[in-house]
Design a protein around this ligand. Structure first.
Ligand SMILES: Cc1ncc(COP(=O)(O)O)c(C=O)c1O
Length: 391
């Protein structure tokens, strides 16, 4: 019997000199080149060794010309989505894309006209706003409502926004970045029905869907019958396997008309293929070995996020959210002063670079997001510094 691999997430691996944005852009965004970075949402934890081995094998071949899209890629995606998320999807529903944000961008182009409206529920990943604006469409923000420390959908605002004839697309972050909220089947059903009634395409960004902590369970929009014929689901190996630099993602669209519109937009932008190392990665990672890596990673991150929430929550006036998903902890610092002052203290006194809440829209003002995808040896002393500064 083969011995089970036990992944080591405790060893700190330096990323200096690897063009890592999280490290190399510190001076530009925080004014301090040696501030400890817990901002950009990639992890400082290693991908599985079997991925590196497969990439080495491919690189050793030494020919890197144009590539086709082998059926094995789509079979790997089909298997993963069925095994991990209970999704039934056939290969013809799938398309490759360099990144989830690229698919968002193409969906905006495919399903909306200039000046039309795109609904988003903030606080949410910044490019949900910026990509819509870059396409000269209008953002209709329906901020989530805080109820007993948990974000809820403002149904009244969403219904009004979706009924507006100028609204043609809803961008949903499922599970939600920055809060780690997992949307439930009944919530997705209600959103899907509202979108259908109003002729709105439901785009579900499920990039964080593999890192979910029991008893919470990810519900893909593709398993919601009311959503199947007017939804786009986008996912990637980026977050799950810390492989965002490989620029390899995919979408699944059951409705052939919508799928062809999205594909045409990708073709116009020549973004309908991915790099060859990404293809090797997808076929290797979306596998039983990948599932075992993911299981161990989730166990590590669950305990890490639990400890971070406990530490921050022990400081009066700091209110962290326990994430149900993602390696991110979203924390309310509003009791500690205006966000500019808090931000300065985080950088100068605690020596940490966090993601400031306004990146996630006006509803995020005064909040900060801590990336917990680090070894505990690196992360926990930094969290202790934050606690000391704000105690
Ligand atoms: C919700 C969400 N979508 C998309 C992305 C970016 O994905 P990609 O690099 O595939 O564009 C991120 C990265 O943080 C994210 O949090």
């Amino acid at each position: 019997m083969e011995e089970k691999v036990v992944y080591d997430f405790d060893t700190v691996i330096s990323r200096l000199g690897t063009q890592a944005e999280k490290y190399d852009a510190r001076k530009q965004f925080y004014g301090k080149p040696d501030v400890e970075p817990f901002w950009v949402a990639d992890m400082d934890l290693p991908s599985p060794a079997f991925l590196s081995e497969a990439l080495h094998d491919r690189v050793n071949h030494s020919l890197f010309g144009y590539t086709e899209q082998d059926p094995s890629l789509f079979e790997a995606i089909r298997w993963w989505m069925k095994d991990q998320h209970g999704v039934e999807a056939s290969p013809e529903m799938m398309s490759l894309s360099p990144s989830v944000v690229s698919t968002i961008s193409m969906a905006i182009e495919a399903f909306t006209q200039p000046a039309e409206q795109v609904v988003i529920l903030s606080p949410v990943y910044g490019p949900f706003f910026s990509t819509v604006k870059l396409h000269e469409r209008k953002v209709v923000d329906c901020p989530l409502v805080l109820d007993a420390g948990r974000y809820e959908i403002n149904w009244e605002a969403v219904e009004i926004a979706l009924r507006d004839s100028e609204t043609t697309l809803l961008l949903l972050c499922n599970p939600q970045n920055p809060s780690g909220r997992v949307w439930q089947a009944d919530e997705l059903k209600r959103l899907a029905i509202l979108c259908k009634e109003n002729g709105v395409v439901l785009f579900s960004d499920e990039i964080h869907s593999d890192i979910v902590y029991a008893p919470a369970k990810h519900v893909s929009v593709l398993t919601v019958p009311e959503a199947r014929d007017h939804c786009v689901m986008a996912h990637s190996i980026g977050k799950t396997f810390n492989a965002s630099g490989l620029k390899s993602s995919f979408s699944i669209v059951p409705n052939p008309v919508l799928r062809n519109r999205l594909r045409r937009a990708h073709r116009r932008a020549h973004s309908d293929n991915i790099n060859l190392l990404g293809k090797v990665a997808i076929t290797q990672l979306l596998s039983t070995d990948g599932a075992e890596y993911k299981r161990q990673l989730c166990a590590y991150l669950h305990e890490t996020t639990r400890q971070v929430v406990e530490k921050l929550g022990s400081v009066e006036g700091l209110v962290p959210m326990q994430p149900e998903a993602t390696f991110l902890v979203w924390c309310d610092f509003r009791a500690k002063g205006d966000w500019q002052t808090v931000s300065k203290r985080l950088i100068e006194e605690a020596n940490v670079a966090l993601s400031g809440g306004t990146f996630f829209g006006p509803a995020g003002e005064g909040w900060f997001r801590i990336n917990c995808g680090h070894s505990r040896a690196q992360l926990l002393p930094a969290v202790d510094r934050i606690c000391r500064v704000f105690a």
